[in-house]
Write a protein that binds this ligand. Structure first.
Ligand SMILES: Cc1cc2nc3c(=O)[nH]c(=O)nc-3n(C[C@H](O)[C@H](O)[C@H](O)COP(=O)(O)OP(=O)(O)OC[C@H]3O[C@@H](n4cnc5c(N)ncnc54)[C@H](O)[C@@H]3O)c2cc1C
Length: 629
């Protein structure tokens, strides 16, 4: 007879962006290991520093937490919700109140969470409360995917993704939800979810509530979207994915971001669908491959954030840090408000503002216009998207902005400017998208819908369009943009040649390991099998040696990890540990951005991102312009 495993009395399950019952390895392990599991959600937006959630994110989080609590109640438990500005203390307090013997949670990879989770683990282990942490968010952990030749992380998506696809073991198979859970004692108090201060102002809440007409939070909404996509749009994804005048993609990003649905569940559902089609003799492999590659970008965003934790603040390619951005708040405001005079850009910004979402192609075009045509710092755009998007996700946001601004080794070069009219004719050929989001232009003939400034006077008059009155003239011409870009490139070239920084050399974080501290320094080998061992299908390796993210009694991935790869991951992780002096005065958990010396002969001003104030007001306080060399 199998030996009965000793169960501890009570485990705290710290829930964050993993608000689901199925494929939640921390929940599965907690239910296996303890008689009672107390799920806890801690609302501490101040800890995110300048990356506090925007109003749509707040609305989405609130709705998701409400529904997750209902799901837990159906199993017999309930969600304990606490409000704090110090998560570590709140967890300590909950441990003391409940007598919990351990804290379990799933990994997050954004720089702010990496620092906070490390601090939480340290403070709990100091008081002899072990932590176990798991991978619920990725197909493979960032330290599993290293370049075997250099033992360094990849800095090119294609190589990264090829490596992921050729891993010798499959991604962990999704775990089932628990059948039931023990009730949480009445004595453990929780803030009432509806009474929590989710929003900064009552107006924020009122204006966000219209989102319920477009988005259905919770697992039922996610599954509806996924099923509709798998049975409808997936087989055409190869051809349609860039079309913006129709629903062509899955629109799953808000649910994926908050963890309502697991990426591994989606991954295996797509594989299953592909197998079904293949059995029917239909070749949809390219569409399935293309869709999984989109999910791959999300994996890559976490990968880069883990290995290069400054990616939301500085270009990965070092030479771009000397870029002479224009600190022009007037054009920035016009861009934000969809008043650029370029219909495709304005339609995208208005869709984003009213629904919290827009197609990836539109995000690329709008972001690229801001950075390349207006020469505004990409960090401003990142912060604006962060405040506006329903699926606001620091890693994906940073990856998107790095790509469009040329900050990555495999991105278009900085000097590349998108041809907006060509773009419009490819992705919105009949102007349907523009008509939907800019009704003022709806009556323009298709020939002028993307360039109303070219329309003859009588055509404008017949369509009721008065340029400069009910729709703006373009705020900048293409010729001006090209000239400004050429000047910026000259400045960059001068800085690059005087400092010897290579255009294609990714900036690498310092590699010394801070002994005894830092997340990477805490990577420890351990033996054993966990729920995350990749034993689902095929060639899962079962038990083995793995590495936990940091401290405590973590659970191994169950896969052999090369010592060298581990060392590099450790080195990358170690730099997350900000010196105490640098973080003084900042909200807890906020990693003080490291300043780097400007290229010789350049006077780089303050980092644009670190000076951003709350974008929910129009009055940005931006620093004086970065001085060109
Ligand atoms: C400047 C910029 C900022 C962005 N900010 C965010 C953000 O804050 N949050 C966010 O989720 N995505 C962001 N993206 C990526 C992308 O635009 C969205 O993920 C995508 O539009 C979501 O739509 P979908 O779910 O229909 O995608 P699908 O094409 O159906 O893809 C499925 C899933 O794959 C992931 N994915 C797809 N494309 C990308 C991509 N390019 N990068 C990373 N992941 C991707 C998403 O999780 C998405 O839900 C940004 C892109 C750019 C260019």
């Amino acid at each position: 007879m199998a030996e009965q495993k000793d169960k501890s009395n009570c485990v705290l399950l710290w829930c964050r962006r993993d608000l689901r019952l199925d494929d939640n390895p921390a929940l599965t392990a907690a239910v296996q290991d303890a008689h009672m599991v107390i799920p806890v959600f801690i609302w501490a937006p101040e800890e995110e520093g300048q990356f506090q959630p925007g109003r749509y994110s707040r609305w989405w989080t609130k709705q998701t937490v409400l529904l997750f609590n209902q799901q837990l109640q159906q199993l017999g438990a309930r969600l304990i919700v606490r409000r704090t500005s110090d998560t570590s203390k709140a967890l300590q307090q909950l441990v003391a109140e409940t007598g919990a013997s351990a804290v379990y949670f799933n990994h997050l990879y954004d720089p702010i969470s990496l620092v906070r989770d490390h601090e939480v683990k340290q403070s709990l282990t100091r008081t002899n409360i072990p932590c176990r942490s798991f991978n619920s968010d990725l197909l493979y952990e960032p330290w599993e995917i290293m370049d075997p030749q250099t033992e360094q992380p990849y800095t090119c998506f294609e190589n990264f993704w090829n490596r992921v696809l050729s891993m010798p073991y499959p991604p962990p198979f999704p775990t089932a939800p628990p059948a039931k859970m023990a009730p949480v004692p009445e004595a453990v108090q929780s803030v009432e979810i509806n009474k929590l201060d989710w929003f900064m102002t009552p107006e924020q809440e009122a204006s966000s509530d219209q989102l319920r007409f477009k988005w259905k939070p919770g697992i039922s909404g996610a599954l509806e979207k996924l099923d509709a996509f798998l049975s409808g749009r997936l087989h055409q994804f190869e051809h349609d994915r860039a079309k913006v005048d129709r629903e062509s993609t899955s629109q799953l990003s808000p649910w994926i971001h908050i963890g309502t649905i697991s990426v591994r569940y989606i991954f295996y559902r797509v594989c299953q669908r592909q197998a079904e089609w293949a059995a029917q003799g239909k070749d949809t492999s390219q569409s399935c491959k293309d869709f999984l590659q989109q999910m791959g970008y999300r994996e890559y965003s976490r990968y880069l954030s883990f290995h290069f934790p400054f990616i939301h603040e500085r270009a990965l390619l070092a030479h771009l840090r000397a870029c002479p951005w224009r600190m022009d708040q007037v054009t920035f405001k016009a861009w934000r408000q969809g008043q650029s005079g370029y219909p495709l850009i304005d339609a995208a910004m208005r869709q984003l503002c009213s629904t919290g979402w827009c197609h990836n192609r539109m995000r690329v075009v709008a972001a690229s216009f801001m950075v390349k045509n207006l020469l505004l710092p990409w960090q401003w755009g990142l912060k604006h998207f962060w405040d506006t998007q329903l699926d606001a996700d620091l890693e994906c946001d940073a990856l998107g902005w790095q790509y469009v601004s040329g900050g990555l080794a495999d991105a278009h070069p900085f000097s590349y400017i998108i041809d907006l009219e060509r773009e419009a004719s490819r992705f919105d050929p009949d102007g349907e998208y523009v008509r939907r989001w800019l009704p003022v232009l709806a009556r323009l003939p298709t020939a002028y819908i993307h360039a109303p400034w070219r329309a003859p006077h009588e055509v404008l008059a017949a369509a009721d369009v008065e340029l400069g009155a009910n729709y703006p003239m373009p705020i900048i011409s293409r010729e001006e943009s090209v000239a400004n870009m050429a000047e910026a490139c000259r400045v960059l070239d001068r800085c690059t040649s005087s400092s010897g920084v290579s255009h294609k050399q990714p900036y690498r974080a310092p590699t010394e390991v801070v002994s005894g501290s830092g997340i990477g320094a805490m990577l420890k080998p351990l033996t054993g099998s966990g729920p995350n061992t990749g034993t689902g299908t095929g060639t899962g390796t079962g038990t083995g040696t793995g590495y936990q993210l940091n401290g405590g009694q973590g659970s191994g991935s169950g896969n052999m990890q090369q010592p060298a790869a581990r060392r590099v991951a450790a080195q990358r992780g170690a730099v997350l540990h900000a010196p105490a002096a640098a973080s003084a005065g900042r909200p807890r958990g906020y990693h003080a951005p490291q300043r780097h010396a400007p290229a010789e002969g350049c006077s780089a001003g303050p980092s644009p991102s670190t000076q951003l104030t709350d974008s929910r007001t129009d009055a940005y306080q931006y620093p004086p312009a970065l001085q060109p060399c």
